[in-house]
Write a protein that binds this ligand. Sequence first.
Ligand SMILES: [Fe+2]
Length: 356
Amino acid sequence: MKKIILVVDDDRTNLALAQKLLLPQYRIAASNSGMAALKYLEHNHPDLILLDINMPEMDGFAVMEQLKKEEKTANIPVIFLTADNLTETEIKCFRMGAMDFVTKPFVPDILLSRVEKTIELDSYRHDLENMVRIQAEKITENARKLSVIQDSVIVGMANLIESRDGSTGRHVKNTQMYVRMIADELYRRKLFADELSPESIEDICKAAPLHDVGKIKIPDAILQKPGKLTPEEFDEMKLHTTYSRKIINTIIGDVEDEHYVKVVEDIALYHHERWDGTGYPTGLAGDAIPLAARIMAVADVFDALYEERCYKPPIRPIERIMQIMSEGRGTQFDPTIIDVFMEMLPRLKEMLNIRE
Ligand SMILES: [Fe+2]
């Protein structure tokens, strides 16, 4: 298919001459003013523009300025046509983004070869841009696939570990869901604005399933004990937090995403800390406990109370759970987070399909 060239010149003789020279190889559109050219470009996309500089009303430079402003026309290659061959004009042509310039009166061979070269160069540019775009899309798609695989491996592994204590197997998925709900709501209310962003929330949600991986090192006798643990057994149970942190460090310590690694480690190590500093394993208090772990604590406890465990039946109704948790406001839980969580009751009921 023939390429289309728009020739813009107020001099009819020049227009006719350019047309005559180019017509055998190209399709030609002609405009005798800058305004007419811009009008033509509203609905057409030529492969090249030959643009006269000296025109009444709107000169070539003014037309060029308009072309560069519009995304649709900014990339159409332009060759300026000029009656003078002053260096300043030449410099201005290139500075304004022209691909080339040709002096009038035209030498037919020169005009033709400049036009050919410019069109050829522009088609290489197009090919290159397309190649880069396709490659970039492929890379993004591969990264997405890899991330889906990583996520399912992580959740799968966490589920496997979790299933040892005879829990329903929903804990990993559910706590992740509660964590997302709480974090999204805090973000929506602009709370902890310096720490929460769509990206950091994504990291927190991806980290949540790994919070208890350290339980893999806790003996079945403790993990599956129906009933209360002895103080010694509880001390051993507490170690799952430091085990989690160690295991995570071994598995993903080398991952380059520092924020993600830190969030996973924070959640693993600190999700049993308490706001008043009486939690474990380090006894951190208040906002010294990383935010991700403070959110995880609320989600983790809610799920523990809502679901059946080997040592306890599920607590019902859900209002009773909210009551118990609200009593931990400022002692066990971050008051800001627990307040927001309390207000989420209607949505929790909706999500858990509770109708009463
Ligand atoms: Fe835990």
